[in-house]
Design a protein around this ligand. Structure first.
Ligand code: SF4
Length: 285
């Protein structure tokens, strides 16, 4: 049985006190306990960044990819065993800079993966450089005179690229975050959950107070299946104008639904029965 208690590992947590990663960590454990994720039915894949340490603090099967490569690693795992529940943990730099192209094309493919995007709008692990989510004018070690670039909007990008579940949460609201992680995970298709997460050490703009004061919850009357309305929601950002909740949801066959070779059984179970590589390849053609 999965409980929050037995998801703990012996590793000491090394995030800075107050870091938004703590909320995400707590919510993922709550979701895992509720949904009974364990080492045999789930895999978590992380990229490089402070977020990536989550692999060390949750007792689930895990893999830490190269910088920006968490999505292709997760994609390969899902491809060989689509019955596994595969989740990707990635930061805004990891996902949208080094891994930007992977993000876009995985969304297009609509593979049944859940992307948990830890968005603190800075490179924290490398001690505070401007990221693709840092606002225009943002001053850091890498842009001491102010950032000249505009930030990427990951949710607008996700919808336009083909993601079929797009949501946003704040790391400090654990009950709602837990619920959104579960909803994203239960969606059959490519799910993106952007989590607004303070980096208390290096980003003094996007603090807990900033997110608490400026986010609002989408009302029950909001229809996440209206794509035009969803695009408009993703563009909202400003004082008391940052929507959180399920922004877009679409029912479309996932990649796995469209591959007849895996209908009966996962590729890994077919390959395991074959004696040589040629025999295995013929099965898949
Ligand atoms: Fe969290 Fe920032 Fe510290 Fe990294 S540097 S652990 S993101 S507060």
């Amino acid at each position: 049985m999965t409980t929050v208690q037995n998801l703990k590992t012996p590793n000491a947590c090394n995030w800075c006190p107050g870091c938004g990663n703590f909320g995400i960590w707590t919510a993922v454990k709550e979701a895992a306990a509720k949904e009974r994720w364990n080492n045999t039915n789930s895999v978590i894949v992380a990229g490089i960044g402070c977020h990536g340490h989550i692999n060390n603090f949750i007792e689930l099967s895990s893999f830490e990819g190269l910088h920006g490569r968490a999505i292709p690693v997760a994609s390969a795992i899902k491809m060989v065993n689509h019955r596994l529940n595969v989740m990707v943990f990635t930061g805004d730099g990891d996902c949208l800079a080094e891994g930007g192209n992977h993000f876009m094309h995985a969304a297009r493919r609509n593979q049944n993966l859940t992307v948990i995007l830890h968005d603190n709008a800075i490179y924290g692990l490398t001690t505070g450089q401007t990221s693709p989510r840092s606002p225009h004018g943002f001053k850091s070690k890498s842009t001491p005179m102010g950032n000249l670039d505009e930030p990427i909007n990951p949710l607008t990008l996700a919808i336009s690229a083909g993601a079929t579940f797009v949501a946003r949460a704040y790391s400090g609201d654990i009950p709602r975050l837990t619920d959104l992680i579960i909803q994203a995970n239960n969606h059959n298709g490519f799910s993106v959950l952007q989590i607004l997460q303070p980096c208390v050490t290096f980003n003094k703009i996007y603090s807990h107070t900033f997110f608490q004061e400026n986010t609002y919850h989408l009302p029950a009357s909001y229809n996440p299946q209206d794509k035009t309305a969803a695009f408009a929601k993703t563009l909202e950002w400003g004082e008391k104008q940052i929507p959180v909740g399920v922004i877009y949801k679409e029912d479309r066959p996932s990649y796995e639904d469209q591959v007849p070779q895996i209908k009966a059984a996962p590729l890994i179970s077919v390959a395991a029965k074959k004696r040589n590589i040629n025999e295995t390849l013929e099965t898949f053609l």
